[in-house]
Design a binder for this molecule. Structure first.
Ligand code: NAD
Length: 352
């Protein structure tokens, strides 16, 4: 058996609502078989939290997330009139970069079988300011879309760095500067300013409507796509549809001080409580967390185990064409991870 590392990572867990706790349990079950030690601290957020504590995001939860080495987040149900727990966390912890890897996996029925690109979504401003007001006595409303040069340059730099880190050679900025001349004008200018510092990486820009079409017809043209908050949210759900659905796409929310990892999907009330949610996105989010913690080999092994289960196609949830429960699929991934660990030990690859 591999050595269990002595370092103990302090992880805040925010399971949330609906399928959030179900996929969180599944991911933790798999993580138990890794060679790492975790000190988990559970925290409340979301709609159930609102009914129990009168707020969707208690201050203690924010404090626990701030103090942790990393946070794992399931999903929350957002009810009209309630503050969004996840948007609040991203904002108060300054988790400005939302990284969403879009990848096809062998064995998973999907529109394309060979996609592998990233969407980088600006997380701290844009139309997610939450600032709206009624006008005309409630017969109309205005939403505030704030875009700044600083935040735009920061996210564009993150995108170029992500391209370098992952061996990509193109970054595409997506905006609608022909209509949103001031806000997206600033984003566009920031992108080209940053692009100048990365002469080795191709830079291109695209209007969001065209990008939405190319995402379907020519998705291979994207390597790293960088965009503002709302466009990033919509395009990544669209892209999820290309690689097997929302159950397949993880995400990382990264700031200078903290990292929070969550599936792209929501609380899925239509399937909550049935034990049938696909745990893949949550397991892959845990893998992104391991990378953030610098545990690249453990992340790799976790993904190898998951890919084996997907490729074999025997123990899959319904959305992937199988009949297995969330927990059964997670147990299968865990079994495979134990085997991967044994294989690595035998090959003496630990410590290399
Ligand atoms: P959703 O992502 O919850 O579900 C969309 C569809 O995808 C549903 O049919 C659902 O069954 C399916 N789906 C999602 N995840 C799945 C999984 N792991 N396995 C199998 N199928 C899966 O989006 P929605 O229905 O628009 O929103 C439901 C609630 O979630 C809303 O309250 C919304 O505000 C909230 N939401 C939260 C987050 C978050 O916590 N980060 C993100 C998006 C939506």
């Amino acid at each position: 058996m591999d050595d269990i590392k002595s370092i103990m990572y302090r992880i805040t867990l925010i399971p949330g609502d609906g399928i959030g706790p179900e996929v969180m349990d599944a991911a933790l079950h798999v993580l138990e078989a890794s060679n790492l030690k975790f000190d988990y601290q559970k925290a409340w957020a979301g709609n159930a939290c609102f009914h129990a504590m009168g707020t969707t995001i208690p201050d203690e939860t924010i404090e626990m997330a701030r103090k942790a080495d990393a946070t794992l987040f399931g999903a929350v149900t957002t009810v009209s009139g309630q503050k969004s727990a996840i948007i609040t966390l991203r904002k108060v912890m300054n988790l400005y970069a939302n990284l969403r890897p879009l990848k096809s996996y062998p064995g998973v029925k999907s529109i394309y079988s060979d996609l592998d690109f990233f969407i980088v979504r600006e997380n701290s401003e844009g139309l997610y300011s939450g600032k709206e007001e009624y006008i005309m006595g409630g017969e109309g409303a205005i939403a505030l879309r704030k875009i700044t040069r600083n935040a735009s340059e920061r996210i564009c730099r993150f995108a170029f760095e992500q391209a370098i880190k992952t061996g990509r050679n193109k970054v595409t900025a997506v905006h609608k500067a022909n209509v949103l001349r001031k806000t997206d004008g600033i984003f566009r200018k920031a992108f080209w300013n940053v692009a100048d510092s990365y002469p080795g990486i191709d830079a291109e820009e695209m209007y969001v409507d065209a990008a939405a079409m190319f995402m379907i017809t020519q998705p291979h043209r994207f390597q790293v796509l960088v965009t503002t908050n709302l466009f990033g949210d919509i395009l990544s759900d669209e892209a999820a549809g290309l690689v097997g659905g929302l159950g397949m796409v993880p995400s990382a929310n990264i700031g200078d001080e903290n990292g929070l990892f969550e599936p792209v999907h929501g609380s899925a009330p239509d399937i909550a409580g049935q034990g049938i949610a696909n745990p893949t996105a949550m397991i892959l989010s845990a893998s992104l967390m391991l990378q953030y913690l610098g545990e690249y080999r453990e992340s790799l092994k976790l993904e190898e185990a998951l890919f084996k289960v997907l490729r074999e196609g025997k123990v899959l949830t319904q959305d992937l064409g199988g009949t297995s429960s969330t927990q059964k699929m997670a147990s299968e991934v865990r079994k495979k991870l134990e085997k991967v660990n044994r294989d690595y030990s035998k090959m003496g690859r630990e410590g290399t």
